[in-house]
Design a protein around this ligand. Structure first.
Ligand code: ADQ
Length: 493
């Protein structure tokens, strides 16, 4: 009998919690895989073009995983998660322990040793799957907070590969990170990488500070020196910012289609062609500042600053993490507030807020962005916030005003936006009023500047910058650094 053919391996391996496809059930009961529309998929498409790449991730359903398969030129490797693991590794440790700690503890974090155990086991499984498809010397790009132990687990098994990790969310101040009972393990897990990418320089610096204070490692500007423990050479890990972006050209092209333009007009007409249409688009997450935004809007209505149908507000709140208690509470609070605002300030055929708890196709999102005069992006903390960039990309007419929280990664790039501190309700009200009365010529100037940034820094550029940083990251301490470190060690001996 012929031996089983050796499994294929790949020069580029992406690992993310989710695979870039969703299983769809067709009317005849059969199923097929469909590309999920996210920005990460688009970015990876551009780097995988012309290369053979594999993507390791969960397929989205509990239980046994399907066999690896090829889809649109990508080799997809599903990682199985059982229902209890979804509850402990994903909803528990990732979204109820790490997420709040990494977002300034806006809600308290929950700590369970069982969740941590499950997080470790699932990270091991991802590492195994990555190693099974990585060619000798491959580049491995790991994504996000769900997989922080994977870099070291891959390095243990495969010292030949280059390992990069990108954090889509903020990295907290040391004082907050310190609350995690497993903080050293998480840092050690990440230090298995050659290059760690963050949304902002401040995030990278927070990480480096944590390594210095908690692991007592030597650090320089943007590198951490990892002393070897087993006779292997010392290593250097670089941590720097590589801010993510969107597929600007693709989205702009979509926004310019006659169908999207017509839909934008239709949306406005269906609201009675308001003088000013405000828009919020977020996952229904407590980090997004939806409650603060609603408070500012409600106060403006109470103050009599404006009223519907002259001014109206669409809030799209995408369903999210509905099995986590903090998210269920938030939904109740937001929906109660929306009900009160409409009860107090709406009238028949003219609500004060249109609240939509649904997901929409990209075309509908582009039409909403084009229809809105004021885009309210007011998170209390956000790694980047792609909605802000998407709004700008869709405004090829140079219309619209972006009101942007200073606590988003996007604020570090979109300087010309109208900046707000979402905790300052009075300040937010003033920013909305300024946007309502803004001068059209000034609006166009601002939008032009914002668009330049989003054009020059798109998702394709982000992906190539990340891979370039991974390729050139120093793996060993430079001789000069090594000498300095030796001298320091001798000095303390
Ligand atoms: P998110 O917290 O999910 O991402 P964000 O960056 O705003 O936040 O991305 C949300 C995406 O979902 C956008 O592309 C948006 O258009 C889309 N979307 C939102 N509501 C939708 C709806 N109802 N229907 C369809 N699409 C909808 C995390 C981090 C962010 C970071 C990104 C990328 O929290 O800070 O910017 O990853 O790194």
């Amino acid at each position: 009998m012929d031996p089983a053919p050796a499994a294929r391996t790949y020069d580029l391996v992406i690992a993310a919690n989710r695979l870039p496809v969703d299983r769809q059930v067709l009317p005849d009961g059969s199923t097929e895989w469909r590309r999920s529309p996210g920005g990460l998929v688009t970015a990876m498409e551009s780097v995988m073009r012309g290369r053979e790449g594999a993507w390791v991730g969960w397929a989205g359903e509990a239980g046994e995983a399907p066999e690896p398969f090829d889809e649109d030129g990508m080799h997809l490797v599903p990682v199985p998660l059982s229902a209890p693991e979804i509850a402990s590794y994903y909803e528990g440790f990732s979204n109820d322990t790490l997420w709040p700690i990494y977002h300034d503890v806006i809600v308290p974090a929950t700590f369970h040793r069982g969740w941590w155990q499950s997080y470790r086991e699932v990270n091991e499984r991802f590492a195994e799957a990555i190693c099974s498809v990585a060619s000798p010397g491959a580049r491995v790009w790991i994504h996000d907070y769900q997989l922080q132990l994977v870099p070291a687990l891959v390095r243990e098994r495969r010292p030949d590969v280059r390992i990069g990790w990108f954090n889509h969310i903020p990295w907290p101040a040391v004082e907050l990170f310190a609350q995690l009972p497993w903080r050293e393990h998480l840092l050690r897990g990440l230090l298995g990488a050659d290059f760690l990418g963050f949304q902002r320089t401040a995030d990278a610096q927070n990480f480096i500070r944590a390594c210095r204070q908690m692991l007592h490692l030597q650090t320089r500007t943007d590198t951490v020196h990892v002393a070897s423990e087993d006779g292997a050479p010392d290593r250097v890990v670089r941590a720097a910012s590589v801010p993510i972006s969107i597929d600007t050209k693709g989205l702009e092209k979509l926004a310019k289609t006659p169908a999207v333009r017509a839909r934008a007009k239709e949306i406005r007409a269906s609201l009675g062609n308001p003088r000013t249409l405000l828009l919020g688009v977020d996952r229904l997450d407590y980090t997004k500042g939806i409650r603060h935004r609603l408070k500012a809007y409600e106060e403006l209505l109470v103050d009599g600053a404006f009223s519907p149908p002259d001014v109206t507000f669409i809030q799209v709140a995408t369903p999210s993490r509905e099995r986590v208690e903090a998210y269920r509470r938030l939904r109740t609070e937001v929906e109660t507030t929306v009900g009160r605002i409409n009860g107090d300030h709406g009238s028949i055929g003219s609500p004060a807020i249109q609240y939509l708890h649904q997901s929409y196709p990209r075309e509908e999102m582009a039409a909403l962005f084009q229809a809105a005069d004021i885009m309210l992006v007011t998170p209390l903390r956000d790694g980047m916030n792609l909605v802000a960039k998407e709004y700008v990309a869709c405004r090829h007419d140079l219309g619209g005003t972006l009101v942007l929280s200073e606590f988003t990664g996007a604020a570090h790039e979109l300087h010309q936006a109208s900046m707000v501190n979402p905790h300052d309700i009075e300040g937010m009200k003033q920013a909305i009023l300024r946007a309502v009365d803004s001068d059209p010529a000034e609006r166009r100037r601002t939008m032009r500047a914002l668009r330049r940034r989003v054009h020059d820094h798109d998702v394709q550029r982000w992906a190539s910058m990340f891979l370039e940083s991974l390729d050139i990251a120093p793996r060993r301490p430079q001789r000069r650094v090594r000498r300095e470190l030796d001298e320091q060690t001798e000095g303390t001996a």
